[in-house]
Design a binder for this molecule. Sequence first.
Ligand SMILES: Nc1nc2c(ncn2[C@@H]2O[C@H](COP(=O)(O)OP(=O)(O)OP(=O)(O)O)[C@@H](O)[C@H]2O)c(=O)[nH]1
Ligand SMILES: [Zn+2]
Length: 204
Amino acid sequence: MLTIQAEANVPTEYGNFRMIAFSESATDWMPHMAIVAENTDFSTAVNIRFHSECITGEVFHSKKCECGQQLDAAMKYIHDNGGIIIYLRQEGRNIGIINKLKAYSLQEKGFDTVQANLELGLPADDRNFSAAIEILNLLKVTEINLLTNNPEKVKIVESSNIKLNKRIPLQINSTLESKDYLKVKKDYFGHFLEDDDDIKNVTL
Ligand SMILES: Nc1nc2c(ncn2[C@@H]2O[C@H](COP(=O)(O)OP(=O)(O)OP(=O)(O)O)[C@@H](O)[C@H]2O)c(=O)[nH]1
Ligand SMILES: [Zn+2]
């Protein structure tokens, strides 16, 4: 069972957030995080982003995926409109950074993002979002607008005790390096992604 281990206010480039660490034990060095915008109104549907860790994209600005830009766009949107980012320690769709780099190495040989995981004997996506639902319950959030393009995240909320008011697209334009990755997301995982030219509802 997750509990709040510590919390504090942190000023960021996008404004002030309350940062809260959740884990089962106080000695967990990789706790899930919730960052709550200071102007969040809990009496109406709360803007929520479930974001899985991607050290390559968020810290080192990899161009292979759009995770870093999605996190920045979500922080900006949520600061401006109120809400919470739930940052989940699910690096590499939960296969961990060592396996993700092994998968990237296979991608250099021509495997796509899904085939590479399968070639390693790992699931294409090993995440479940029960921790995110648990965190929403701990924060007493009952109704949300979910920032995502991922149909699986939508399904998880719909089958939980949290009411989904609406989905808010969080689409980033593709680059030469990310276009094949985004195509697999759309074709294999069924992400709600428009062609770059047709993106209307970007939250950047
Ligand atoms: N195994 C693997 N994981 C990857 C690869 N590229 C990115 N990831 C991971 O994919 C995950 C992306 O998570 P999210 O940002 O929550 O995105 P999503 O599930 O695509 O859904 P959205 O809400 O639409 O962004 C992160 O954990 C990344 O580390 C890859 O090539 N292989
Ligand atoms: Zn990424």
